[in-house]
Ligand binder design. Structure first.
Ligand code: FES
Length: 652
């Protein structure tokens, strides 16, 4: 056999190829992922490879010094200008002359595996919907037929095998200028979702500087969180969170739906507000990463159904009343500019599918990130906002429901409650012997009993208690014996704590007695405890209902998602009875799983297809219609919950 044997690592792909072809060409023939933006012109440097030398016993190959052609002028020039790392060659320039083992380093792999930080996060291969292709377009001339766009489309087809390119008028208006300014050598940024013809997203003169990037947005009712992501390896270039400007129309989802119901034009006002907010977020992200917003060429957004509808300009009224019908539940791909995103001219916005009228695309993103459908044992995933979204599933099936917890977990309906913002008490510990509290305030590092607290709190002040603070506070009060199982706060005589103060016919626990600068007293009242009991009973009952439907009566894994998971300790969640019993070490926090899911959909078309198929399979359970929900709800009123009642319930 005269043809040289080529072995690519780490893929292990091998084969004989004609002598004299380039490494890039050999990679294409053997189906090896080797990146190229310039199509082998020696200008993009994305095709770098590391040729091996010597004997490769494992492969039974001896690689000679001259297995590759010597550096040509293109490589030498590139090396002079930018410097090729030691031992590297440009795959599109180096020609194969003998048997060869050649390594494709991660940054030259097109679909490189992104290894995630934690064991629970899934590994994922990069496969974004947008890619850049450098093309040389035939110059216009008297004997050239067809328009400039037709010649660009033809070049893309002949040089990259991409046929049927479409372009929207916004780009057709630019094509002629860019082609001439770039002397007919341009980079086409192409969006290809895998279904339908590819779309021209942008046309750049020359090569793009740095990787293409995209946006992943988690549109929450309180906060909008965004990541700017590099689409070559999925790394986060910038992250930013802003308050949802719709807050001025109502703190929680239901009050926003009622704003839409009660005020003509109310929905449109909220649509405008959130779109303006997104605009600000994009600017902030681009500024932080030092990227021109116009270079952002793809976007993915997740959100609950009300946020999803309002962003799209759909009146959310139907979501506020039974049977909670969404206008559409499918995944959507639309021009990003349609929702006011001022990014690359023809960039698309992909929105994940909605699971049900109450269970949104944010929950779908959590499913994508946590993959309960690949778990051997049932896993319960809980994401708490104004509504709790609850998912229970394993390999066999996945169930989902939402439960109306109300906004108490976010600090609303609490006498001293406030949003999580500087000045809010976010963590609480109560000494079981002395019944004295210590706490931590957002924006202040030391705990209230640590040195430096008095100085650090100056200028911030203690303004209230946020959701995680009240959850921990109530759980700590129960553990310290300040609260009985029915949720009643004991008097000073009963508890031995002078912090238990009469308040009308009930008691309140004084968490913080105000400060010399006139800050408010922070107390936990009997009314606060009742609000938390209602919220946690709804959450617990939703989870129990799914367990009934699933046919299990115990859990061995619980994932707390969202801000809730990030701020509430598993122990406190269990003490309060927010979730069914489970060994504390098996309750984990998934951080912002919805944001992770959005990033995965941004980086991978396969992830988009996966979640679309998975959402179609998810079994929706309607809590409002289930009589057992009410039974579980009543039984869950106790703190942590009435276990015996549950044993008897299960028997019924
Ligand atoms: Fe662009 Fe080799 S493919 S430099």
């Amino acid at each position: 056999r005269d043809e040289p044997l080529v072995i690519f690592t780490p893929s292990g792909r091998r084969g004989r190829v004609p002598a004299g072809i380039t490494v890039l060409e050999a990679a294409r023939r053997l189906g090896v992922d080797l990146e190229s933006v310039c199509g082998g012109r020696g200008i993009c440097s994305r095709c770098q490879v590391v040729p091996g030398r010597g004997a490769f016993a494992k492969h039974g190959v001896q690689v000679e010094e001259d297995a590759l052609s010597p550096r040509n002028e293109v490589e030498a020039r590139y090396d002079r200008l930018r410097g090729l790392a030691e031992g590297r060659r440009l795959g599109c320039q180096a020609r194969i002359q003998g048997d060869l083992v050649v390594d494709v380093p991660p940054e030259s792999q097109l679909h490189r595996q992104v290894i995630r930080k934690s064991a629970t996060e899934r590994a994922m291969a990069m496969d974004p919907a947008v890619r850049a292709f450098h093309v040389a377009v035939a110059a216009a001339g008297l004997d050239e037929m067809g328009g400039d766009f037709q010649r660009l489309r033809q070049a893309l087809e002949s040089q990259w095998g991409i046929g049927g390119l479409r372009a929207e008028p916004v780009l057709l208006a630019r094509i002629q200028g860019v082609l001439r300014a770039a002397d007919w050598a341009v980079t086409a940024v192409v969006h290809d979702e895998g279904a339908g013809p590819p779309l021209l997203v942008d046309l750049l003169a020359g090569l793009p500087e740095g990787p293409l990037c995209g946006l992943a947005i988690d549109l929450g009712s309180t906060t909008i969180a965004g990541h700017l992501v590099a689409l070559d390896d999925g790394r986060v270039l910038a992250s930013c969170g802003i308050m949802n400007p719709q807050i001025r129309f109502g703190e929680d989802l239901m009050s926003r739906v009622s704003h839409a119901m009660m005020n003509p034009g109310g929905a449109a006002e909220m649509t405008q507000a959130v779109r303006a907010g997104l605009g600000g977020l994009v600017e902030a992200l681009a500024r932080e990463a030092g990227v021109d917003p116009r270079r952002i060429c793809d976007a993915v957004l997740v959100g609950n159904p009300v946020m999803h509808h309002l962003l799209l300009g759909i009146d959310p009224v139907e979501l506020g009343q039974a049977p909670f019908a969404a206008a559409t539940t499918d995944a959507l791909s639309l021009p990003a500019r349609e929702v006011g995103l001022d990014i690359a001219p023809s960039a698309r916005l992909y929105m994940l599918p909605i699971i049900a009228g109450h269970v949104g695309a944010d929950a779908a993103a959590v499913v994508l990130a946590e993959a309960p459908q690949s778990s051997d044992r049932p896993v319960l995933i809980v994401d708490v906002g104004t509504n709790a979204e609850i998912i229970l599933g394993d390999r066999t099936r996945v169930l989902a429901c939402s439960s109306p917890t109300g906004p108490a977990f976010e600090g609303a309906q609490i006498s001293c409650g406030q949003r999580a913002a500087p000045g809010a008490i976010e963590r609480v510990r109560i000494d079981p012997l002395t019944k004295e509290p210590r706490f931590r305030v957002i924006g202040v590092a030391p705990w209230s009993d640590e040195p430096g607290f008095a100085e650090a709190i100056r200028g911030v002040g203690i303004t209230g208690i946020c959701g995680s603070g009240i959850i921990e506070g109530v759980a700590e009060m129960r553990m310290a014996g300040l609260l009985d199982a029915s949720g009643l706060i004991g008097s000073a005589e009963q508890t031995g704590s002078p912090r238990c103060l009469p308040q009308g016919r009930t008691q309140a626990y004084l968490l913080h007695g105000g400060d010399p600068e006139g800050g408010p007293q922070i107390t936990v009242t009997q009314g606060d405890i009742r609000a938390i009991q209602l919220a946690k009973s709804a959450l617990y009952a939703g989870a129990r209902l799914l367990m009934d439907e699933f046919g299990i009566d115990s859990l061995d894994r619980v994932v707390l998602a969202g801000a809730f998971g990030a701020h509430v300790s598993p122990l406190h969640a269990l003490v309060l009875g927010m979730i069914p019993d489970c060994p504390p070490e098996r309750v984990t926090s998934a951080g912002n799983a919805a944001g992770t899911g959005a990033r995965m959909a941004l980086c991978s078309r396969a992830a988009r297809r996966e979640i679309e198929a998975e959402v179609r399979r998810i079994i929706r359970v309607e809590t409002a219609l289930a009589p057992r929900f009410q039974e579980h709800f009543v039984a869950a009123n106790a703190i942590p919950h009435a276990t015996d009642d549950h044993a008897s319930l299960r028997g019924t």
